[in-house]
Design a binder for this molecule. Structure first.
Ligand code: SF4
Length: 324
C-alpha cells in the first residue's frame, strides 16, 4: 500500500484492489497534504459520440503526446500522487491508448484509471489492459447498450464501475437499475450529481428520498456492490456514507484536474486554470489552488451559495442521453 498525508490524517491506498484506508488521530493529526490524491487528466477533447449537452470543443487538438503523458505520469508518481484518472473527451480515442495505460502502470506507482463511454472497449483492448489498469469507469448513457459492455468486462474479469448521473427521471428506476446491474456482475456504482442549467437537478424532496434510499441500498448490497457518491453532493446527502465527508468538496486539494490543452484546474467544471508549461511548477500551482478553494461557476457546485441552484417550477426536461 502507498500512503499520502492528508491534512490531519493519513490515507493508505492499494492500486491493485482500489482499497482506501483513512487513518486519523494521534500523530496523524499533524499530517499536512502536499500533493493531491488523484489527478484527473483530459487526454483529448475528441470523442466518438456527439452528445447535444457536451460543452467541450471536440475538434480542439490535444496538447499531450504519448511521451508527454508518460513523463507526466512519472512526475506525478514521484510527487506522491496515488492515482491518475484519464478522461476526455473519450480517452480511448487517444493514439495507442492501450499501450499508454500499460506503460504508465509499469513505469509508475500510480493507479491508472479511466472513464469511458465503453464504445471502444473491445475484447482486444480489455485483454491488453488486464493486469495493467486500476479501475475502468463506464458512463451510463440511455442511448448506449451498457449491459453489453458490462457483460464483456465481467467475462474478462477486469475491475470496473459505472458512472450513473442521478436525474429526477432516473431516481424512479434507481433501485431496479442497481439490482439488475448487481445481478449482472457490477460491483461498483458512482452516483453523480448533475452540474449545469436546466431541469435535471433534484428537488429538496427528491434529495431526501435519494439520501434515505442510498442508506437502505448500502445495507442491502453490503459486500456485493459498492455505492459511491460524487463530492459535489456534499451536504445535500447527510446520511449517505461518504469517505471524505465534510462540507467542502476538496477540489484543488484532494484532486486536481488537467485539461487537454495543459491547464491546471481545481476541478473539471472550473473555469480558467493555470497554464502548465513545466511539470515542476505543479506543486506551487497545487498550493495556490488548494488555498483558493475556487467554486466552479456552474449550478450544482457545492461551493456556491445554495449550490448555485435556483429553485422554483422545474422547466421541461431536455431530452439528453444522460451521461457522466
Ligand atoms: S468545485 Fe464545485 S463542481 Fe468542482 S468538485 Fe467541488 S463541488 Fe463539484
Amino acid at each position: 500500500m502507498r500512503s499520502l498525508e492528508l491534512d490531519g490524517a493519513l490515507l493508505r491506498f492499494d492500486r491493485e484492489t482500489g482499497t482506501n484506508q483513512l487513518v486519523r488521530g494521534g500523530p496523524f493529526e499533524r499530517c499536512v497534504q502536499r500533493a493531491p490524491r488523484v489527478v484527473q487528466m483530459a487526454l483529448t477533447n475528441q470523442c466518438n459520440k456527439t452528445c447535444g449537452f457536451c460543452y467541450r470543443p471536440l475538434d480542439a487538438a490535444s496538447g499531450w503526446t504519448f511521451a508527454d503523458v508518460l513523463a507526466f505520469g512519472r512526475y506525478l508518481s514521484d510527487w506522491g500522487v496515488l492515482e491518475l484518472a484519464l478522461g476526455g473527451g473519450e480517452p480511448t480515442v487517444f493514439p495507442q491508448f492501450g499501450d499508454l495505460v500499460r506503460q504508465l502502470w509499469c513505469e509508475t506507482a500510480l493507479a491508472i484509471n479511466f472513464t469511458t463511454n465503453g464504445k471502444r472497449l473491445t475484447p482486444a483492448l480489455i485483454d491488453q489492459l488486464r493486469g495493467h489498469v486500476g479501475q475502468i469507469q463506464v458512463s451510463v448513457y440511455d442511448d448506449e447498450d451498457v449491459d453489453a459492455v458490462i457483460d464483456r468486462l465481467v467475462a474478462h474479469g477486469i475491475r470496473f464501475g459505472l458512472n450513473y448521473l442521478v436525474t429526477p427521471r432516473r431516481l424512479a428506476t434507481l433501485d431496479a437499475d442497481l439490482l439488475a446491474w448487481s445481478a449482472r456482475g457490477v460491483r461498483d456504482v458512482l452516483l453523480l450529481s448533475y452540474k449545469g442549467d436546466g431541469g435535471l437537478h433534484l428537488s429538496a424532496a427528491e434529495l431526501r428520498d435519494l439520501d434515505a434510499r442510498i442508506v437502505q441500498l448500502h445495507a442491502h448490497f453490503a459486500g456485493r456492490l459498492q455505492l459511491k457518491v460524487d463530492v459535489c453532493w456534499s451536504t445535500r446527502l447527510t446520511h449517505a456514507p461518504q469517505l471524505f465527508f465534510d462540507s467542502d468538496c476538496r477540489a484543488g486539494s484532494l484532486f486536481l484536474s488537467v485539461t487537454s490543452d495543459r491547464r491546471v484546474l481545481s476541478c473539471s467544471f472550473a473555469d480558467g486554470g493555470v497554464p502548465l508549461s513545466r511539470f515542476d511548477e505543479l506543486p506551487a500551482i497545487y498550493l495556490q489552488l488548494k488555498h483558493a478553494r475556487q467554486a466552479a461557476q456552474v449550478a450544482g457546485c457545492a461551493r456556491l451559495p445554495a449550490f448555485g441552484i435556483r429553485r422554483g417550477r422545474r422547466p421541461a426536461l431536455p431530452v439528453y442521453p444522460e451521461a457522466r
